[in-house]
Design a protein around this ligand. Sequence first.
Ligand code: AMP
Length: 332
Amino acid sequence: MYQTRLEEILNKMKAYGRILLFRHFRPDGDAIGSTKGLQEILRLTYPEKEVYLINDDASDYLAFLGTEDKPVKSELPDEFFAEALGIVLDTGTTNRISSKKYALCKELIKIDHHIELEPYGNCSWVEDERSSACEMVVKFYDTFRDELKINKEAATYLYTGMVTDSGRFRFSCVKGETMRLAGLLLDQGIDTDVLFANLYLEEFDHLKFKAHVYDTMKITEHGVAYLYLDRETQEKFHLSLEDASASISYLDSIKGCLYWIAFIETGDESKSIRVRLRSRFSPINALAEQYRGGGHACACGATVYSTEEAMELVGKADVMLKEYKETHEGWL
Ligand code: AMP
């Protein structure tokens, strides 16, 4: 069954002359790594095929991995899409796909590791126990090693996605197979010194922003750590939306705070506030789903539209955490 699904995907890739790769908007390392990694594998293996990334929101996140490779915009004529196979990676729901034109593709494949809320596409390969979509691409490569080609560049894209989406191989979704597949990538000669220097080094000004985060964040009675970043603060520290959003990780190591949440004003017309929710031991995705969101059990996202709604969400998180702490032992 499993093997048949993967063979079905490979056969579709072989059958099309044009393959378009989509990811979710506001990409993270996994979205970028999985699309660019798969693009490289397909280009190496099938040089005669057209393989493009279709992203309307070019991102400079992880720019050290290379440019966005001239993403083809969705202004291209509809016929361009009509003859193509679309592959959407790392994207649970259609409203988050990086271009609306995915719907015009002749056939669509979904490859994803999020909890499945909305099945879509003609062929869907979803494994929510996988640590990343990149891990799935490597699994795919490994399954068809005799057919597919890989190189250092593809391996670096995929390894970066695996490293970043698994908390540096720290999360519980990391299994023995995750490490075996990562090992296969390392064998391609990835320069991990350069990779980790790019992932870890920080501008001094950014450390000052971190200090501001610890100064202004709050902790509820039962241990929900939360942070609200308005536009003014983002401007004061010259933060891009992605920089501001990354602040969620600064709250992740506080003893007793099993839930941590960041609210980031996006500055868009609808006054939407991006919510990033994380938790340890106790899943928090049910709360995200109450506020137009979803994702993984302990790492998810949502959207609210006012500070009142944000505080309501925090209040509910506090109740959930109180219940969890009262009924469980051994948490930290
Ligand atoms: P983020 O905080 O944006 O990194 O999101 C954490 C996880 O939840 C990611 O895997 C996202 O794909 C998913 N996610 C974030 N926002 C949403 C949303 N509004 N709806 C569904 N899934 C989401």
